[in-house]
Design a protein around this ligand. Structure first.
Ligand SMILES: [Zn+2]
Length: 414
């Protein structure tokens, strides 16, 4: 499986990145001069954009792997160059994920310093900013200097939902790679490749609305399916104020549980990959044979490795914690998208619009809700859901439960 196979429904993006990786490869063998600029297809600064769940970080990482790949054509997905990038353990890759809700100047300065040093083993020094939309203004300015005069072997890969989420000065320095929302057919094909049965794959592909991570969770995790059902039942259970508040609490709880499950799985896999790469917790037999070969040097090297490993593991833990906080908000957003999808189905029902329902498995709810209200009311409810999404995205200080409570009360009103 090549690194490109992970990019579902993104043929145009894959073609662009393949060409750039090949150009970077040929440039690096004919001399550094041939690699600069846009003409050759290789660029120092890239901006990956796309809706949540479309896989912008996956695309950036696949590209990074292809730049580190040791085989031909670049991006085999199997060599150590590819593998270490995909597991975030490559020495020439630095991934920066914001701690908390913004990416500060301190982190960016460290990144810029790092970018200036030559690659240790690979061809490129790769700097990956997974959430460039969270750069503070001073951090963005610090980054801008590095983008204006990039070190010869440095490549910056920035990820953000859209180009508007990044300062114009930054985006004008970057080549943009725009991922599209994967079509239901692409999501279905991915699930079938993963070994999901046809019936589940079809239902989940529609329900996921193009969000790959959510599709995978829905297909494999019964709790995630139960949470989705709970969210979609809310509109039919808003009889009394008490019911509304209970529904709001249930929605926030479901989002939290969903986020925790997703995080736990990912954190565990990452920690295991890092431990393996660092040789920590490797099989006892492996450790013994290494020190048996060179007892003295082995002990010294191991003391250093352990110090470095502890630091690396702590750093990973910090990153995972900050991601955990954000993922709750992401899951809540996911639930609100589901809810908006249901009201969209209600509206289509009321207007007799010939469109495929987003939630075919809740068609009966959509029909009964449609019969009990008017298109104007449905539109107001849909707008209320979308306004809550924006409010949660724009105000980091907003308490999710309060936002959802006021939403649910608004959905109850006529
Ligand atoms: Zn490779």
């Amino acid at each position: 499986m090549t690194v490109w196979d992970a990019l579902v429904g993104q043929d145009a993006v894959v073609a662009t990145l393949r060409a750039a990786a090949a150009a970077a490869r040929s440039g690096s063998t004919t001399g550094p001069g041939a690699t600069g600029g846009q003409r050759s297809g290789m660029t120092h600064s890239w901006l990956f954009t796309g809706p949540a769940g479309a896989g912008r970080e996956d695309a950036a990482r696949a590209f990074a792997a292809s730049l580190s790949c040791e085989r031909e054509p670049p991006g085999c997905g199997e060599c150590p160059g590819c593998h270490t990038v995909l597991t975030d353990t490559a020495t020439d890759l630095r991934t920066v994920t914001p701690e908390g809700l913004s990416l500060g100047v301190k982190d960016v300065r460290a990144l810029v310093r790092d970018a200036a040093s030559a690659p240790a083993g690979g061809r490129w020094r790769i700097l990956l900013l997974t959430e460039a939309d969270r750069l503070t203004e001073s951090a963005a300015n610090a980054l801008l200097k590095a983008l204006e005069e990039p070190a010869e072997r440095a490549v910056f890969l920035l990820c953000a939902p859209s180009v508007e989420d990044v300062l114009p000065t930054i985006r004008s320095r970057c080549r943009t790679v725009a991922l599209r929302l994967p079509a239901a057919a692409d999501v279905r094909a991915m699930l079938l490749r993963d070994g999901v049965d046809e019936r589940t794959a079809r239902a989940v592909a529609a329900a996921s609305q193009g969000h790959l991570g959510f599709a995978r969770r829905l297909a494999t995790d019964e709790a995630a399916r139960a949470h989705r059902t709970a969210v979609l039942r809310i509109p039919t259970r808003l009889g009394r104020v008490g019911d509304c508040l209970a529904a709001a609490a249930a929605l926030v709880e479901a989002a939290t549980a969903d986020a925790e499950a997703a995080n736990a799985e990912r954190d565990e896999a990452e920690t295991a990959a890092l431990k393996t790469a660092l040789g920590v917790g490797a099989t006892a037999a492996g450790g013994r044979s290494a020190s048996a070969r060179a007892p003295k040097a082995g002990a010294k090297a191991r003391a250093m490795t352990v110090r470095g490993a502890v630091g690396a593991l702590k750093e990973l833990e910090r990153n995972q914690k900050s991601r955990g906080r954000r993922t709750v908000l992401d899951s809540l957003d996911r639930a609100l998208v589901d809810l908006a999808g249901l009201y969209r189905d209600v509206l289509a029902e009321q207007l007799g619009a010939p469109v495929e329902p987003i939630h075919p498995d809740h068609a009966a709810d959509a029909a009964s809700l449609g019969a009990a209200s008017t298109p104007e009311r449905t539109l107001r409810r849909l707008e209320a859901v979308l306004a809550t999404r924006s409010a949660l995205a724009d105000n980091p200080g907003l308490v999710p439960l309060l936002a959802v409570e006021s939403l649910v009360l608004a959905l109850r009103e006529d």
